[in-house]
Each structure stands twice: as structure tokens, then as C-alpha cells.
Design a protein around this ligand. Structure first.
Ligand code: AMP
Length: 616
């Protein structure tokens, strides 16, 4: 397929103002794409060259991209830098300069998806001496043949910022649309849906039918994506065999399974009311790791499915020594522990282990312990459908005693008092709180379904829990902050049903001057010309950005708000955070893993409840 077809689709998506249009454009694009190009096209939509777990970093420094533009266009590096300063996006610079080259191209051929993808792959894979020159040459070769809009997107990819805000759920929605015709011919499916239609009038009934059938397709795709998070390979199977292609997808050691997420409730009583007798585990504040063992080969994934194997050599070694199973997929939380005192170290210390260099030194300075809590696969058997109580037994039997890996500390109880006591002990030991888990629940990949409920230590007098919000834009600084270029962040929570980010707070406190400078730099790299289709905000930010970064924030309370859009559809009024403060940047969370609109509504209602009780 011509690369221009993809570039045109990207251009439409960039300009789309409604999310529905965005999925429509994606679905058209996937329909047009021939099977041999579908994997590359899906990866490029994600701004990647392979699924995240392959850890293939395209990374090219800005200076080298500038060199490639200069080489092809005939403009000097100074001219390029000047325009970059003005536009804030090298993609736009490339679009402009490649459209009015000072020199004519030596050899130019129409670009195909395959050619672009192959050159980008070569860029990603070239390392060692002379690799910078060859990267520049490979990029220049593409730019030499690129039309202006092609140049814009080709440049953005190796910089790691496509600035389109296409999320995995958006891609899955587009797949679901494309399955619709086939599903409509499946008598069994049609019957199943027709049996649960509520509308009576023919037109409304037809609409309801279409909506439900699409939803069913979407659920089927997501079910597979949750145990095999590689949208490229899913797309290929769908292209080849349609709906049946989904049956071919199964758990594979080395391909991450999406983690279960925890709901929250404000008290021990409510947790016991919801779960009855449950297992209560300490909540450790570290990295959540998905560990895959195949014989002596160990792979470690973060909760965002990044490959972190090289960062934690002591865990790799411990898995080989302490895990009895030949093949297994299991989960745990790793954190730095003071070897002398056994004291748990704070997240700020553990996070230092997330690094590419000086791994051995840091491993010596801050060795990690891994507290395991679940097992999903053992010696060829999928354990996900088993109840947690059985999985936990298998996990206990699987781990040999040793220095690095142990099971999470836990109790089984049906008493709120005991739960509270265990919670207090955990907090006294420097941990975050507890997670209570339904003993009868199967492992629910990628979702919050009250199988796990967290209770965290509270920030006194404030909202009882920090929330994770996504940065969708920022306001330029005033007064003292003018020079820093950033005064406050515009943040949002995630509406998982509609796959959009709805605004909830302007955050301007909790950041040091250095943090502001860092944020400004980080955000300028993902700024967009206009508000992207997945952002819902009535406030106009000075600068819009692609929803990419999650930050942890605390606030005094949640209040109704005429200016924010979170909860507006559900409650009539929007909700906002009162006196929000930033705590940290959560690099371990994807934007789709931020706190959701529904959670905020629940927290708002719980807070009202507590207030009223307090007043009477
Ligand atoms: P949160 O990030 O606040 O939603 O809390 C859920 C996270 O707590 C999980 O994703 C894990 O990283 C972490 N965690 C810590 N201890 C446990 C545990 N015992 N069981 C499950 N998750 C845990």
C-alpha cells in the first residue's frame, strides 16, 4: 500500500474533532489495508514498530532528525532550528521544508508502507559506531521521496511522538466496526442479540441491534487483547480469518497479559460487605511485574507491558532459583528493601531501579524483593479461570523459600475489625495499605470488577486517596512563572465507556521549579495544533497536548463545577478537584489506566455520604 494512504488517514485523524470520526477514519484505513501491510499499519498508528513488549525503541535524537531534514531540503540547521522554535514540532518543520526544497531530489520514488516501515526498523536496530550516520541516511532516504504530509508523520515517528492520540481502545473499536458485516451474517450471534433487544419501534430497534452487535464484537476483541496485548497480530488474524481468527489467539509465554486493576472503597466495613470472607494482602508500593518463565528463559514486563528484564538481574536469577515450575506466568510487586533492617523503602527509591545504565551498581545499592500475589499459567495450563483461592495454593507450592521472592503477606478474614487491624499494621510497616481480593474470582485481565479492592492510607483531611489524572494541555505561566513557560496543567480523567478524556482540574501546585521546567520540556514535545478528538474540555488550554502522561494528584475534595466536563453527562454538572496538588509523574501508567470518570463519581458520592454522616 502507498504510504500516502496512511499519511492521509493520519491527517484526517489529526484534524478530527469527534472521537467517532476518528474511529471511522481508522476503520476505513484498516479496511483498505492489504493483509501484508496490516501489522505495520497498526503498529505505526500506535507510533511503534512492534508491540510494546518487544522493547523496540525507535529513538532518534532531535539533532539527527534535523540533520536529515537539512540533508534533503537544502535548508541549513540554523534555519531548521528557527522554524522549530516557532512551530514546536519538527514534523511541521519537515512538512514545510520538504514541500519547498532548495535542491531537487536525486532519486525519488513513491513511498510504500513497507519501505517506510523497513527503513524505520533499520533505524531502530542500528547501533554502535557509525550508527548515527546510517540513521540519518535512512531517514533522509525516506524524506527525499516524501510528499509534505508524509514527511510530517515520518519525522514524528522516530521522535516517539506521533501526536495523534490514538489509543489501543480506539484501534479496537475500529476493528469491531470492520467485523460488523461478518457478524451480521452469523445466525447464532444475531439470534443472541435479538433475544435481548428492548426497543419496540423498528428504527430504534435496528439502532439498538447495531449498537449491541458492535459492542459484542468489541468485547470479543478486548477479551483476546487482554491476554495477548499485540494489536498487530490480532489485526492480522482478523484480516485473514475474520471472527474465527480470534479463536487462534491464546496465552503465550513472552506476550504480556494485561493486569487486573483494583477498585476502591473507603472503609473496611464496606469492603467486607462487598466481598464477605476475603484474602487481605499488604499493598506494596513498587513496580508491578508480570514474570514469564520458559525453562531457564525469564522475561519481565511492567504493567504497561514494557520489557524490563534487563533492569532487574537479581529477580531474573531468583526466578531461576526459586520458581519450581518449568514454565509459568505470575505476578508480583517488586520494591527496594533495606537488607540490614528489612525496612521497605519508598517508591522514590525503588523508581531509581528503572534505568538503562549503571544497572549493576544500582542493583547492589538498592536490591529488590519481589512479593508475588498471583499465578496465571503453569506448565501449559491456563490458570486464569480458576478461583483465586486455588491459584494462591498453586502459587504457594510453586515458590521455594529464598532471599528475593516471597508471597505477599496476607490474612483471610470476614471481619472488618481484623481487616482494619491488618491495614494498620501494614501502614505502620511503611506500606501503602491493603488490597482485599475475592477468593472465588477468576483472574480478570485488564479490568476493574470488584475482584480486587484497595484501601490506602489516607492523607489526613483530604480526599482519602490520591487519583491519577492525565495531562491534556497546559497554561502558560504568569508572573514568576512566565519565564518557565508553564503555569498550570489541564488534567482529565478517563471515560472508559466512550474512550475519551474529560477535564477535571487545573493543577498549578505541588511542582518545584525544576519539575516545571521538566514538564514544560516533556509536554512541548507532544503539543498539538488543536484539541485532539479524544479530549473533552470546555476550558481552552493555551497549549493542547496528546493525552500521554499520567500524574498522581491529591486534593481536598471533589466539588461540582461548571467548567469541567468529568461527570457532566452523568450528573448534569461537571466535577472538579478542589485545591489539587501534583505528587508525582506516573510513568508506569498508560493514560487509559488513569482514574476513571465512574470512579470519580463514586468518590464524589462517597464523600457526600461521609459529610452528611459527619454533620448529623
Ligand atoms: P493502584 O495503582 O493504586 O490502583 O493500586 C493497584 C496496584 O497496587 C497494583 O497494580 C500493584 O502494582 C500494586 N500492588 C501492591 N501490592 C499488591 C498486592 N498485594 N496485590 C496486588 N497488587 C498490589
Amino acid at each position: 500500500m502507498k504510504f500516502f494512504v496512511l499519511a492521509e488517514a493520519f491527517e484526517r485523524i489529526e484534524k478530527a474533532s469527534a472521537r467517532l470520526d476518528m474511529t471511522g477514519f481508522l476503520s476505513e484505513l484498516f479496511k483498505k489495508t492489504p493483509i501484508e501491510d496490516i501489522e505495520p499499519v497498526v503498529f505505526l498508528c500506535q507510533g511503534q514498530l512492534a508491540p510494546s513488549h518487544k522493547g523496540l525503541d525507535i529513538g532518534m535524537g532531535e539533532k539527527f532528525v534535523e540533520d536529515a531534514i537539512a540533508k534533503v531540503s537544502g535548508y541549513s540547521n540554523r534555519e531548521i532550528e528557527q522554524l522549530y522554535k516557532q512551530k514546536g514540532d519538527l514534523g511541521l518543520v519537515g512538512e514545510e521544508f520538504c514541500g519547498k526544497k532548495k535542491q531537487s531530489a536525486l532519486f525519488s520514488a513513491e513511498l510504500t508502507v513497507e519501505k517506510v516501515f523497513q527503513n524505520l526498523l533499520k533505524i531502530a536496530k542500528s547501533e554502535g559506531a557509525g550508527s548515527q550516520d546510517s540513521k540519518i541516511r535512512l531517514l533522509a532516504e525516506l524524506l527525499n521521496s516524501a510528499k509534505p504530509i508524509e514527511a510530517k508523520f515520518i519525522i514524528r515517528i522516530p521522535l516517539g511522538n506521533l501526536r495523534l492520540g490514538i489509543g489501543d481502545p480506539t484501534i479496537m473499536d475500529a476493528f469491531a466496526i470492520n467485523l460488523f458485516d461478518e457478524a451480521q451474517k452469523d445466525k447464532k450471534l444475531v439470534e443472541k442479540i435479538e433475544n435481548c433487544l428492548k426497543e419496540k419501534k423498528p428504527e430504534k430497534r435496528k439502532e439498538e441491534f447495531e449498537r449491541k452487535l458492535k459492542m459484542l464484537m468489541r468485547e470479543k476483541i478486548e477479551e483476546k487483547y487482554n491476554v495477548h496485548s499485540d494489536l498487530g497480530s490480532i489485526a492480522k488474524k482478523l484480516k485473514r480469518n475474520g471472527l474465527k481468527g480470534l479463536d487462534e489467539i491464546e496465552i503465550t509465554i513472552g506476550v504480556p497479559i494485561r493486569p487486573t486493576l483494583a477498585e476502591r472503597l473507603p472503609s473496611a466495613e464496606e469492603i467486607i460487605e462487598k466481598l464477605g470472607t476475603c484474602i487481605v494482602e499488604s499493598k506494596y508500593d513498587g513496580f508491578r511485574l508480570g514474570i514469564h518463565k520458559k525453562g531457564s528463559e525469564v522475561t519481565i514486563f511492567s504493567r504497561r507491558s514494557e520489557n524490563m528484564t534487563n533492569m532487574f538481574p537479581e529477580i531474573v536469577e531468583a526466578v531461576k532459583k526459586q520458581v519450581k515450575a518449568k514454565d509459568a506466568i505470575f505476578e508480583g510487586e517488586a520494591l527496594a528493601v533495606n537488607e540490614q533492617t528489612g525496612e521497605y523503602l519508598p517508591f522514590q527509591v525503588t523508581i531509581q531501579r528503572k534505568r538503562k545504565y549503571d544497572i549493576k551498581e544500582k542493583a547492589k545499592e538498592f536490591p529488590l524483593k519481589l512479593f508475588v500475589f498471583d499465578v496465571l499459567f503453569e506448565n501449559g495450563k491456563n490458570l486464569m479461570p480458576l478461583p483465586l483461592k486455588e491459584r494462591r495454593k498453586i502459587l504457594e507450592a510453586m515458590i521455594k523459600p529464598g532471599d528475593t521472592i516471597e508471597l505477599t503477606k496476607s490474612i483471610v478474614t470476614g471481619s472488618a475489625k481484623e481487616l482494619e487491624k491488618f491495614f494498620n499494621e501494614s501502614v505502620e510497616n511503611g506500606l501503602e495499605g491493603i488490597i482485599a481480593k475475592d477468593l472465588n474470582a477468576k483472574y480478570i485481565a485488564g479490568a476493574r470488577k470488584f475482584a480486587w479492592i484497595k484501601l490506602k492510607r489516607s492523607y489526613k483531611g483530604e480526599l482519602s486517596d490520591a487519583i491519577d489524572v492525565v495531562i491534556i494541555g497546559f497554561f502558560k505561566g504568569k508572573g514568576m512563572r512566565t519565564e518557565l513557560g508553564l503555569g498550570a496543567l489541564l488534567t482529565a480523567v478517563y471515560d472508559g465507556k466512550k474512550d475519551v478524556f474529560r477535564s477535571i482540574a487545573k493543577i498549578g501546585t505541588g511542582m518545584s521549579e525544576e519539575k516545571i521546567v521538566e514538564l514544560e520540556k516533556m509536554l512541548s514535545k507532544i503539543k498539538t495544533k488543536n484539541k485532539l478528538a479524544r479530549i473533552d474540555s470546555e476550558l481552552e488550554a493555551d497549549v493542547w497536548v496528546e493525552p500521554k502522561f499520567v500524574i498522581e494528584a491529591v486534593a481536598d475534595e471533589i466539588t461540582k463545577s461548571p467548567v469541567h466536563t468529568a461527570g457532566k453527562k452523568e450528573l448534569g454538572d461537571g466535577l472538579a478537584l478542589r485545591f489539587p496538588r501534583m505528587i508525582s509523574i506516573r510513568t508506569d501508567k498508560k493514560p487509559e489506566e488513569a482514574t476513571t470518570v465512574m470512579e470519580i463519581i463514586k468518590m464524589f458520592e462517597q464523600q457526600k455520604h461521609v459529610k452528611i454522616e459527619g454533620e448529623t
